[in-house]
Design a protein around this ligand. Structure first.
Ligand code: PMP
Length: 971
């Protein structure tokens, strides 16, 4: 028998009922502290905040539940000290010490008996409990903290650890059994079944589970973090009252259970914590096997205890408030079979997947071999968005049979695109746990081994000792189920062209669905085997893998060339304004301004393919495509712009534009705008001043580059009516430069400020600055690389919005829809003067293929009304985003026009402090919910909204809804 508390002797522990006056009196009389006491919630103890007269918090006054003895409390205090010593970067709620060095702990005699009262260190901040969504990084931090505490407590010994708590999962079956009566009948049955299954699973490995002291409550409730500031990582740990010696892995089970009630959390959300824990404190195979069952038991204990606490102590508002969240944890914990989660935990811990024993010898299900059919990466079969058509799988199979195949079999374990056409905040079930087959002629399906045949849903199930074979045909075949069959016996006949689905899974495992979500695929596939050999086709090599691609990329790329996202999904396919991952997830693309007409446009693909079959060479040859394209471009711009240079990129266009100006004016000085990006080539880089693109931009400009202030009307020096001053100041700057003997060759700027987050320049800005530059004989360059080409909706070009005509226009990006095409458009006079002193040739600029691509993009923009679509859908989207700004103070402004919008995020609406870290975190969370969006601007606090111009209203709404959700739930 234990010397400490014993739940089985005293199963209800109502918190001591003491009021704030009592606490203030104890603080005064026993600790000599004059303070105001404020009651704090707690399940079994009673806690008060002690505030000094000036309002600062002096300590927490903790009154231990009288069921706990002095030794147990001493063990908790020592454990807290130990963790504080081992983890100096962690704030730990240790017992405060008096002048004599002793812990400030007293025994107060009350009529009900003695109470142990301690002064505990107060940790400033808040807990994670009400923090909404927990990001994967935050969940990993929880796992890391659990591991560090586990390591700190590893060798701790104390007689006060000898206690029997209801939270000790070694007693979960008995403890939950006692409390089940507090639940309504339906819930009781559900909890009982969950506890039964989980307990049985733990028992299989219990003998191998190491035991050690554990905090046993490292949860969102007991982890403290700063309330504001960019880093919101928890760095404080409180409440050692559940300290006990039990299975070491319980520490992690308790922690991950607490993740499950948070917004958007599901079982797979805990895996970052498992990985982080395992990295510091490796899980043994037995522990990996026990972790999820223990998590289920923990959630069951919580709902049972919460329900009991409410039953015995109806005034405990703290307990009542929590029960809803505890049910969410329980419901999530049981939403995926134990076996599946254990498979995932094993994978996270780097343990090999459980091998399933399948019948070694088998007759074929059907005679003859079938051809493999990949539903993911067959570009010919799956182009033109075919993957989004319902029934495409059968359609493709029928086409193969019509083309002469005797049979067709889909690929096991493949994440297929077919069947996942819609945008959705969760990943759809895409990974095949079996195969589907079609045959040209009628076939007899025969039993591969002997067993019991039963009818199930839309097919038959053949069960043997170690495997279950499920055959689905869409209708129950006219065989006579319910009988023992022999190997080789005919089960039913399949008519020509009919489909057959085959799933081969371990006996005794939960029913494996035909398609599962990629996050859980490793767990489900561990319960199945590849049935392809039964159909005469060799077993699949495996699924398309992601992570190792990133490693290969990093091995061969320069480190300066980054990538989006911490853990980017692998994307190999796009369709219109959607990007499709190799896991079959359809993402909304809000960032690819280059793909103006949408991804994989069939008309563009056909035009480029045709030209590739005809001719591709350089523009010194005489062919129609380049002339046609040049004429199309000049037709888009006002007089006197009538001459075109075709290049390959925006950088090249900017470089050439600057050279044109320098040669034309015989000068070298350039005036550029701050916060700008124009490219990476030598001259384009020289005039690029954005510190987001190049952190050293402002300190490394050559002396011939002179910069004027970004005319930012939202956060700049001049706002509101004062924004007109920017133009006058820039004009004066140009005048001064000229007066100093360095009149500029050119002024270069985006005509609508894309790089600053889609901000229009102040009205009249370009007119005034252009006039100043021209007054001194300089030229003016409009960079339309991001904002031009119809994206602004109301205007085809940014300079139209300003009512000016530049001397030189640079375009790229959208011009080729991703094919490298750029252009400099200028007047004949400017181009001719360059002829006298300059030189131009670009091997692939204006090639037949590039030219055809360029003209076809313009055809599509015109024929599909994409500029008008940008105006209509962009107006709708901007209105939705402005409505979000009303409700979410972090949205400081919504800039932009058409489908070039910027959602600027600020920490404080008054100071406009940029919410940079938040913006990155929001982008990560948006990705989880199916939206690709990235930050922009010098402060990286603007969500740049610049999708393909075919964006439809439904997708615009999906974006606004998803952003609303993230801003509401947290990131
Ligand atoms: N100008 C602007 C405004 C741009 O946004 C960019 C590309 N981000 C460039 C020029 C350079 O274009 P490219 O990447 O095609 O060289």
């Amino acid at each position: 028998m234990t010397s400490g508390a014993d739940f089985f002797r005293q199963s209800s522990l109502p918190a001591p009922k003491l009021d704030e006056d009592w606490a203030a009196r104890v603080a005064r009389e026993h600790f000599g502290l004059d303070a105001r006491a404020e009651s704090l919630g707690s399940q079994q103890d009673t806690n008060f905040l002690l505030r000094a007269a000036d309002g600062t918090v002096a300590a927490v006054l903790k009154v231990a539940n009288p069921a706990f003895g002095a030794l147990e409390i001493e063990a908790q205090d020592e454990a807290a000290d130990l963790v504080a010593r081992h983890c100096p970067d962690l704030r730990v709620a240790t017992v405060l010490r008096g002048a004599d060095g002793g812990r400030r702990s007293v025994v107060v005699e009350e009529s009900s008996g003695p109470l142990v009262v301690r002064m505990i260190r107060f940790l400033d901040g808040g807990t994670l409990a009400d923090s909404g969504h927990l990001s994967p990084a935050m969940v990993a931090r929880l796992g890391e903290l659990a591991a560090r505490v586990s390591l700190a407590l590893g060798g701790f010994e104390h007689p006060g650890l000898d206690r029997v708590l209801q939270w000790d999962l070694r007693y979960a079956d008995r403890a939950t059994g006692i409390l089940l009566g507090h639940l309504p009948a339906a819930r009781r049955r559900q909890v009982e079944a969950a506890v039964g299954g989980a307990w049985a699973a733990v028992q299989q490995v219990a003998a191998d589970l190491p035991v050690q002291p554990v905090h046993l409550d490292i949860t969102d409730d007991n982890l403290v973090r700063a309330l504001s500031g960019p880093s919101r990582e928890p760095d404080g740990l409180i409440d050692f009252s559940d300290l006990t010696a039990t299975w070491a892995v319980s520490e992690l089970a308790v922690t991950i259970a607490s993740v499950l009630h948070h917004a958007g959390a599901e079982p797979c959300s805990v895996l970052p914590a498992v990985r982080a824990f395992h990295r510091l404190r490796p899980l043994s195979p037995a522990e990996a096997g026990a972790l999820w069952p223990l998590t289920v038991l923990r959630t069951a204990s919580l709902v049972l205890s919460g329900s009991q606490q409410i039953a015995i102590d109806q005034e405990n508002a703290y307990a009542s408030e929590r029960v809803d969240g505890e049910w969410r944890m329980f419901d999530q914990a049981v939403s995926v079979p134990l076996e599946v989660m254990t498979g995932l935990v094993r994978e996270a811990a780097g343990l090999s997947r459980t091998r399933r024993r399948m019948p070694a010898r088998a007759n074929p299900l059907v005679p003859g071999a079938a051809d493999p059919l990949s539903l993911a990466w067959d570009a010919d079969a799956m182009d033109e968005g075919a993957w989004s058509r319902p029934g495409i799988v059968a359609e493709l199979a029928a086409a193969r049979l019509a083309a002469g195949a005797t049979g067709v079999v889909t690929t096991y374990a493949e994440a297929r695109l077919a069947g996942s056409p819609r945008l959705s905040p969760t990943s759809p079930a895409t990974v095949a746990t079996g195969v589907e087959a079609w045959f040209a002629g009628p076939v007899e399906i025969t039993a591969p081994w002997g067993g019991m045949l039963t009818a199930s849903g839309d097919g038959l199930t053949l069960e043997s000792a170690d495997a279950v074979l499920r055959l689905s045909t869409g209708e129950v075949p006219s065989a006579s189920p319910g009988a023992d069959v022999e190997a080789g016996e005919t089960l039913f006949s399949l008519p020509a062209g009919a489909g057959l689905r085959v799933v081969l899974q371990a006996a005794g495992a939960p029913d494996v669905p035909p398609l599962v979500r990629p996050e859980y695929a490793a767990g489900w596939l561990g319960l199945t085997a590849d049935p392809s050999p039964l159909l005469g086709y060799p077993a699949a090599a495996g699924t398309v893998e992601g992570p190792d691609l990133l490693e290969r990329r990093e091995a061969s790329f320069a480190t300066v060339q980054g990538h989006y996202y911490d853990r980017p999904p692998r994307i190999e396919r796009g369709w219109r304004h959607r990007l499709i991952t190799t896991e079959g997830r359809v993402l909304l693309d809000m960032v690819n301004n280059v793909a103006i007409v949408g991804h994989s446009h069939p008309r563009l693909e056909a035009a480029a393919s045709r030209q590739l079959r005809l001719l591709n060479t350089n523009s010194r040859f005489n062919y129609d495509a380049v002339v046609d394209f040049a004429e199309r471009l000049t037709a888009l711009v006002p007089d006197p712009l009538d001459t075109v240079f075709l290049v390959n990129s925006g950088s090249e266009a900017a470089d050439l534009a600057l050279r044109l100006a320098m040669v034309n004016t015989d000068r070298h000085d350039i005036v550029a705008m701050r916060e700008a990006y124009h490219g990476w080539t030598y001259a384009a880089d020289a005039v690029s001043t954005s510190v987001a693109d190049n952190p050293n931009a402002l300190t490394t400009r050559p002396d011939w580059v002179h910069t004027v202030e970004a005319p930012n009307s939202f956060r700049g020096r001049h706002r509101g009516a004062d924004t007109v001053r920017y133009a006058a100041e820039a004009a004066r700057f140009v005048d001064d430069l000229a007066a100093s003997g360095r009149p500029p060759a050119a002024f270069i700027a985006e005509a609508y400020y894309g790089n600053a987050g889609g901000m229009p320049l102040p009205d009249g800005y370009l007119a005034e600055v252009y006039a100043a530059v021209r007054r001194h004989g300089g030229l003016v360059i409009a960079d339309e690389i991001q904002v031009g080409y119809g994206r602004l909706g109301q205007w085809f070009w940014g300079f139209k919005q300003q009512g000016v005509v530049p001397d030189i226009v640079t375009v790229a990006k959208a011009v080729g829809n991703g094919h490298p095409v750029g252009a400099v458009i200028t007047s004949r006079a400017v181009a001719d003067r360059y002829r006298n002193a300059g030189y131009f040739f670009s091997s692939t600029g204006g090639s037949p293929v590039s030219s055809v691509v360029g003209s076809t993009v313009l055809d599509i923009v015109r024929d599909e009304g994409l500029q008008e679509n940008a105006r209509v859908v962009g107006t709708r989207l901007k209105a939705r985003l402005l409505a979000l700004a009303e409700r979410h103070p972090i949205v400081g402004a919504v800039h932009g026009s058409g489908l070039y919008l910027g959602v600027e995020l600020v920490r404080d609406p008054a100071t406009l402090e940029p919410a940079t870290e938040e913006t990155y975190a929001i982008c990560e969370r948006m990705l989880q919910l199916g939206v690709v969006i990235q930050p922009t601007g010098d402060r990286n606090c603007v969500l740049k909204v610049k999708p393909p111009l075919c964006l439809d209203a439904e997708s615009a709404d999906f974006f606004a809804d998803t952003l609303d959700r993230v801003l509401t739930e947290g990131w």
